[in-house]
Write a protein that binds this ligand. Structure first.
Ligand code: SOE
Length: 390
């Protein structure tokens, strides 16, 4: 049976393209009853030219310059929020009130207070909801989660996460505007904490369980930048870099590092988990590889013979690996855009009786709580606790 899923895309930037591609591709690779229909693309009146090109490129049936009209349209089933962070709250609340399913880009909100209101709205409306922490859908990361769940890492001791980029080093890079809103605190809410560490936190909590407390330090290297919209030099309010220590509820310790000033690093998202029985290491620069160190068998406790121990590099492209039976043949890799397609496929499966989709708004609210705690800790120079149910 085929069910049309009529999409209103709010936003026409980088994420609008990544999500639109997923709607176009998902039924080619995953058997799902729901068939996305690209009904309407939305952006602000000043972006009309860009929006028209975007709509034509992806095949949207119409465009709209007022998101409030789009989210209440009777021919729309799902609202996809790909606008800057400061709009997520209002669009989500309106879409939930209109009874629409909602996909929202990360981070869910500007802060925990907004996130709570958004969770309350989708839960009151009872609408399916998803937050696009796409890296959970990298097959190698999903395999790391599988190895942990199979007990192959054993008691966890250390979790190390890094998320580094280098595109804001020049003091001439402006803040604000369509391209660089991530540098404007009024629009982004925070800097690397919400933009990059939110990914690391989501992955870490998924793999290693909840973070119980954090202590953080942040830095803003370039204190003033020209604002692209006002043309004036204005103070920079975001964190350019953030380092934090974490204690997980399971007793293991975490180190999280993120900066946009790591010369040479473009999208360097890594993690390692070291346990009693083994370890895993992942680096997004080689997204199809997972490093696995096996010390002992989880079932028998039998130690691997010493002369055979060593890091094993798994090329995560076999049919048996997460998502890979839906793609090509073993040895043929997939990339960044496929993580969005895999995520959408899981979301559609959840609408068709499959497992509940994660991360939903409630899970993303936890990530938001950790981000808020990190920023609060940096400000107060103190440890901050994260409640089990924020
Ligand atoms: C920032 O440069 C950014 O685009 C993030 O906003 C995305 O979430 C990340 O996946 C890639 O980098």
């Amino acid at each position: 049976m085929s069910k049309p899923l009529r999409v209103a895309m709010i936003g026409c930037g980088f994420m609008g393209r990544a999500h639109s591609n997923a709607y176009c591709q998902v039924n080619h690779f995953f058997q799902r009853e729901h068939k996305p229909v690209l009904k309407v693309a939305v952006a602000r009146p000043e972006e009309k030219d860009k929006l028209e090109k975007f709509a034509a490129a992806w095949g949207y049936e119409s465009i709209e310059l007022d998101w409030r009209k789009a989210v209440t349209r009777s021919d729309v089933d799902l609202v996809d929020v790909c606008v800057p962070n400061n709009m997520h709250h209002d669009v989500v609340i309106a879409a939930a009130e209109a009874g629409k399913m909602i996909v929202c880009e990360k981070p869910l909100a500007m802060n925990l207070a907004e996130a709570k209101a958004m969770v309350a709205a989708v839960e009151k409306a009872g609408v399916p909801n998803m937050v696009s922490f796409n890296y959970r859908r990298v097959p190698a990361i999903a395999l790391a989660k599988q190895l942990v769940d199979e007990g192959r890492i054993g008691r966890p001791f250390h979790y190390w996460a890094t998320y580094n980029q280098d595109y804001t080093i020049s003091a001439d890079v402006p803040q604000g505007g369509m391209a660089l809103w991530r540098l404007d605190v009024k629009v982004a809410g925070s800097g690397v904490t919400g933009d990059l560490l939110a990914h690391s936190i989501d992955t870490a909590e998924w793999i290693n369980g909840p973070i119980a407390r954090v202590t953080a330090v942040t830095e803003t290297f370039v204190k003033e930048r020209k604002h692209a919209e006002t043309g004036k030099v204005e103070p920079v309010g975001i964190d350019d870099a953030c380092l934090f220590l974490a204690v997980f509820a399971n007793g293991s310790m975490g180190t999280f590092v993120s900066t946009r000033y790591a010369r040479g690093r473009k999208n360097y998202n890594t993690f390692e988990l070291n346990g009693e029985l083994g370890a895993v290491h992942f680096n997004l620069e080689n997204p199809h590889l997972l490093e696995f160190f096996r010390y002992a068998d989880p079932k028998t406790g039998q130690k691997i013979e010493d002369h055979l121990t060593g890091w094993q590099t798994i090329h995560v492209t076999n049919f048996e690996h997460p998502y890979m039976k839906n793609w090509w043949v073993p040895g043929c890799t997939i990339g960044y855009e496929h993580t969005f397609i895999n995520g959408l496929a899981d979301f559609l499966a959840s609408l068709e009786g499959g497992p509940k989709f994660q991360p939903d708004f409630r899970s993303a609210m936890r990530t938001q709580a950790v981000c808020d705690a990190v920023l609060e800790s940096a400000k107060k120079r103190q440890w901050v606790e994260i409640p089990a149910n924020p």
